[in-house]
Design a protein around this ligand. Sequence first.
Ligand code: ATP
Ligand code: LTN
Length: 338
Amino acid sequence: MADEAKKRVFSGIQPTGKITLGNYLGAIRNWLPLQQQYDCLFCVVDLHSLTVAQVPAELRKNTLDLVALYIACGIDPAKSNLFIQSHVHEHTELAWILDTVAYVGELNRMTQFKDKSRRHADNINMGLMNYPVLMASDILLYQTDLVPVGKDQVQHVELTRDLAERFNARYSDTFVVPQCLVSKAGSSIKSLQDPSAKMSKSDPNENAVITLSDDADAIRRKLRRAVTDSDSGPNCVRHGEDKAAVSNLLNIYTLCAGVSIDEAERKFEGKGYGVFKDAVADAVISVVQPIQAEQKRLLADKAYLECVLRQGAENATHIAQKTLSKVYRKVGLIPKIR
Ligand code: ATP
Ligand code: LTN
């Protein structure tokens, strides 16, 4: 599978709960076309999820659910490398080395760290602060060229680039300096209840979030309750900076129905929010339902999932070992005597 001439892509999602429509439209969906062109690694980043309190049995379930979901969404294990982060121990080993070139000051300034510290004030653990270094390790371990993520992760990819450049300058050329790939559409799907906040797995308000495991009724109910804007004239369904909530729904609609914003605005000219929201619900349901059916089928086939994960970890380890031994040599560690 690994083709040296192809550029390499790496991305991952934490198994921290139910995967949202934001994760799908902002991340997974954009990974799919990359499989045709690049050497792709898609990872379930279970170690990252430990930075906020998890129930062990739930974490195990969420991890397998996410593996099956990746495949159900269209990640093809025959084309891409799909694996679980903790199955390749080189991730944490490289993170330690990168820790020695990362500055406390820069980690302290990360938006997500500040945000999560506020939300989990009783558990501001070292892992939470170190999170971006482990993410840099995920990326740099595979000499990644491109990192497809949603907008909220751009700052972490920039830090990854800084760490790679700093390491390369200090110890000579070692890492590929990766680039961030943020799709125009879908990179920032907003909460259905507050269009200034991103739709997030960990939002305690379930009406704010559509998950990929919601049934049709739940999807329709949440969309009907979604906030809109105060105007309700004949052209109320339109995209615009003054219409954050409706613009978000239009984004979701266009991505799920496969039409442009212009086409959607024309379609709903003269129609009210009720008709529009029902159409958004129909479009979302038509995307989500086949994924759910396929995920269910895959979860019943444990032998297949184990085979994918075994092969995935094996392929990933092969690349990871190469990078890690190069790094150990560059920093002056004596290779293990065999
Ligand atoms: P948490 O709430 O636990 O922090 P999350 O919903 O932010 O989780 P992550 O696992 O952190 O999800 O993100 C996985 C991927 O999904 C990343 O590439 C991230 O940029 C993308 N993503 C997350 N939320 C959105 C969103 N609302 N819109 C677009 N992309 C998103
Ligand atoms: N921090 C990311 C998840 C993540 C990731 C990565 C994404 C961990 N390691 C490497 C891309 C590349 C997030 O989405 N919260």
